[in-house]
Structures are given as C-alpha cells and as structure tokens.
Write a protein that binds this ligand. Structure first.
Ligand code: NAP
Length: 472
C-alpha cells in the first residue's frame, strides 16, 4: 500500500467514526491510539476490510502518511492534547498539518497554534458537532487556523461534512481559536435548547397532566413547524416515547434528574460575561444543570421549603400543539440562537476573527446537534445585514417576538404562581423585556454607585461626568 492520505489519533467514539467517514470518502487512512489494544480491536472490528491501517507507534504512524501530512487528533480535551502534540511534533516536517477536532478551550488553541505555526507546521482547531452518528455520516465542522492551513484540508473536510442544499456544513471560520470558539458557542446554544425542552416537558407533565406518549405527540407536531423543526425536538419526542423494557412505563421517569456538563456551556457563559454580552437564556440553562446536580440537598429542601397551592394555567390544548407553550419555546430558542450570535459578533471584533455569521448559520443547518429549520432564517438575516446587532431586530424575528410574546408571558406568569421553575423561559422573558425597554432603572444604580463610591454618573440632559454629595 502507498502512503495514507489521512491520519487519525484517538480511537474514541468520535475518532473511530470520523476515520470511517474519511475512508468512505476516498481517503486511505492510518490510525494511532495511545492504547494499542484499541487500535487492534478497531481494525479487527469496524475497521476490517477498509482502506485503514494501524500504527503501533507514532513513528510508524508518521512514516505511513503522505506529505504534507494531514493528522486529526480526537483525544480528550485538555492535557491529552498537549501531551499528543508534544509527542508528535518532533516527528513532523515543515508544512505538515495537525488538526485538533476535540472540544478544546479556544484560548488553548490560540496558544497551540502560535507555538506550532512558529515551527512551520499548520495547526487547525476544529469544532466537530454531530455526536457518533454525525461523525460517521457527516458532521458539521468549524475549522479555525490560518487560511493556508484550511486550504490544505478543504478537500478532506468538505467531503466528510454533512451536505445540505446549499453546500457542505463546513467552512473556513477564522484565525487562531475561532473554530473552537464557534463550537463552544454552538454548545452553549445547545444547552439552552435542551433546557427549554426540559421545561416544556415539566409543564406538560405537571400542569397539563400529559404522559410520555401525549407529550411526544405534541413534540412531533412542533417538529413539523418552521420555527421548531430541529434535531433536538426530534430526539425529545423519541426520548419521551421510549418505554422502560422492565416496567413498561416511560423510561424518562426512571432517569435521575441531575444533568452533567463537560465545560463548553461554562466557557460560553464565562466568555460572554468577560466580553460584556448578555446571554441570560444560556446562563439559565447552565445554572439549571448545576442546581440539578445538588440532588440530595434539593430532596431535603422539599420537606422544609413549601410549594404554593396547586395552580393551573392555560398552556394550550395538546390537540392544537399547546399554543402558549409552543410560543414560549419558540421565543426561548430564538433567544438562545440570538444570544449566541451576539456573543460571536463581540468575539469576532475582539479577536479579529472576521466571522461570517450567515455562513455559520449555513454550516449549522446539517450534521450538528443544534441543526434546525430556523437556521435558514438566521442565515438569511445575517446575509441581509452582516452587522445586525441582535437577531430580534431582523424583521422576520421581530415579527415572531411581537406575535408570540403574550404566550411566553402567560406561561412564565403561570409557572411562577404554580411554583414550577422555568429558568430559561423566564430569563428569556426578562431578556426580551429588558432589550425592548428604552429606559431601564440603572439610573438609580448609577446614583447609588456615585453616592457610596463617587463613581460619577452621566446626565441625560448634558454631556460630562457628574458627582453629587448625596450624603451631605
Ligand atoms: P474521549 O473519551 O474524549 O477521548 C478518548 C481518546 O482520548 C482515546 O483515544 C484515549 O486514548 C485518548 N486519550 C485520553 N487521554 C490521553 C492522553 N493523556 N494522551 C493521549 N491520548 C489520550 O473521546 P470522544 O468522546 O471520541 O471525544 C474526543 C474529543 O471530541 C473530545 O475533545 C470531546 O470533547 C470531543 N467531542 C465529543 C463528542 C461526543 O459526542 N462524544 C462530540 C463532539 C466533540 P486511550 O484509548 O489510550 O485511553
């Protein structure tokens, strides 16, 4: 066999599926895994009969690749990426390309890119979304690095990516850590949508008294609409319909109510706070996961802190798609995407990423976890106005907000009276109400800051910085 077109390091769930994807698309491959037994197992199993060879050492791996080498690392994010780079970089030659396809922190990617580019290697930090199935069949990919490095992998990634009607779900994102930053924000949006659907489930169960199948029917209907048709709504329907084989009841009711996280949601929120971009819907989703993990504390508190009297309120009828609840979920999803896009805009300015927001909408339309029909509208909105300050100001999205705000208000008010937490829905309502308010009460905050700390304030009637001796 001649030299392989493509090399993969890390035969975890993602790596295994990505190399099968590359091979299926005509790229002969060589694989390396720290634990060689996993390589042997893969080659004897899913890799058997494919144009894929295994390497027991990194020396063998590097020697088996055509030049310039194109190497994708799919190892655990953090120290394992640095360890892998440290082991392989002495073996690389000028022009070779390393791609980190894991969920790395974008500032780590900036650092690694600077180090490797100074040695004349190409370095790409590439977000990959789609889970195991997406990795195999076609994920959405967000590669960042130099344009020259992207050009060297373009033929590979455009074939491997999911394909939608207007092209592959991959594009050059921008320099340095741009690709990993966009993937981080993608995951933050994902946190938001997952929590929104969990809140809808809780209300349908506790207020409307629906069982799993009835809720799944509602979700199935939502998945037919332009505003909510999406992968996450589709899998929520499946989760709600699935029965436990032992008891025959809804499986979801047997699952412990404590959600995990691996860091990307946290990084989204931390970056947003650092950059001064409000992302309350995404923040609420992260907080909800953190609070859910205090399970034993919550169970103890249930006996001490009383719930209000049962209180019912209209969510809409299941047969007609729970109209108020659907409106609330639509606006909260729009808010998640909008807050994520606003964060990308700020990061683009701050780091000179020169992001193309319309193109980001396009590559999220297929393959990834947040793929949704709504992304066509997002692509169009930023295509029409690349510097749109907020998605809600696009005419189509503004009409959605104006049409559906009453439903969101009704659901949040009802949930508050019933004592049912809806952190993403209520944060969205606050976000929209704050964003559409020309005069907020922060004039009083400024007065207090000047009163206790002489921080000064600006006046509405003339320019300048003013101080008052409030306590004199
Ligand atoms: P993973 O469980 O995160 O990582 C497994 C791989 O990392 C194995 O090949 C393992 O080698 C290697 N590894 C761990 N520590 C190492 C070290 N110190 N030095 C060298 N190699 C080391 O696998 P994954 O779920 O496929 O994820 C890979 C990356 O993609 C992660 O960054 C993940 O966050 C990201 N990602 C995952 C998904 C998903 O759905 N799973 C989706 C998108 C992105 P050994 O076999 O020797 O332990």
């Amino acid at each position: 066999m001649g030299k392989a077109h493509f090399g993969l390091i890390g035969l975890g769930v993602m790596g295994e599926n990505l190399v099968l994807n590359a091979e299926r698309n005509g790229f002969s491959s060589v694989v390396y895994n720290r634990t060689y037994a996993k390589t042997e197992e893969f080659l004897a199993g899913r890799g058997a009969g494919k144009d894929i060879v295994g390497a027991a050492t990194l020396e063998e791996f590097v020697a088996a690749l055509e030049r310039p080498r194109r190497i994708l690392m799919m190892v655990k994010a953090g120290d394992p990426v640095d360890a892998t780079i440290a082991s392989i970089s002495p073996l690389l030659e000028e022009g070779d390309l390393l791609i980190d396809g894991g969920n790395s922190l974008y500032t780590d990617t900036e650092r690694r890119a600077a180090e490797l580019e100074s040695k004349s290697f190409g370095y790409i930090g590439m977000g990959v979304s789609g889970g195991a199935k997406g990795a195999l069949e076609g994920p959405s990919m967000m590669p960042g690095g130099t344009k020259a490095a992207y050009d060297a992998i373009e033929s590979l990634v455009t074939k491997m990516a999911a394909q939608v009607e207007d092209g592959p779900c991959v594009t050059y994102i921008g320099p340095g850590g741009a690709g990993h930053f966009v993937k981080t924000v993608h995951n933050g949006i994902e946190y938001g949508i997952e929590q929104i659907l969990a809140e809808a489930y809780d209300l349908m169960k506790r207020i409307a008294g629906l069982d799993g199948d009835a809720m799944a029917d509602v979700l199935g209907g939502w998945n037919q609409t332009e505003e909510l048709a999406s992968f996450l709504v589709e899998i929520t329907e499946v989760c709600l319909r699935t029965k436990d084989p032992e008891t025959g009841g809804d499986l979801v009711e047997l699952i412990v109510d404590a959600a995990g996280q691996k860091g990307t949601g946290l990084w989204t929120v931390v970056s947003a706070l650092e950059m001064g971009v409000p992302v309350p819907t995404i923040y609420a989703a992260l907080n909800a996961r953190v609070l859910s993990s205090l399970r034993s504390e919550r169970m103890a508190a249930e006996a001490v802190l009383y719930a209000p009297d049962p209180h019912s309120f209209p969510l809409g009828e299941p047969a007609t798609g729970m109209a108020a609840l659907r409106d609330a979920c639509i606006l909260a999803c729009i808010a998640s995407y909008g807050q994520g896009m606003a964060l990308l805009q700020e990061a683009s300015k701050l780091h000179d990423y020169n992001l193309d927001f319309s193109a980001i909408g396009q590559i999220w339309k297929g393959g990834c976890i947040i793929r949704a029909r709504l992304l066509q509208r997002i692509q169009d909105a930023y295509g029409a106005d690349p510097s749109l300050p907020n998605l809600m100001l696009d005419p189509w999205f503004a009409a959605q907000v104006n049409q559906r705000l009453a439903g969101l208000r009704q659901v949040v008010a009802g949930a508050a009276l019933a004592g049912i937490p809806v952190p993403c829905l209520s944060s969205t309502l606050d976000y929209i109400d704050s964003y559409r308010t020309g005069r907020l009460p922060q004039n009083l905050v400024q007065a207090m800051r000047d009163c206790f700390g002489s921080h000064t304030y600006e006046r509405t009637d003339r320019p300048g910085a003013f101080h008052t001796e409030w306590l004199a």
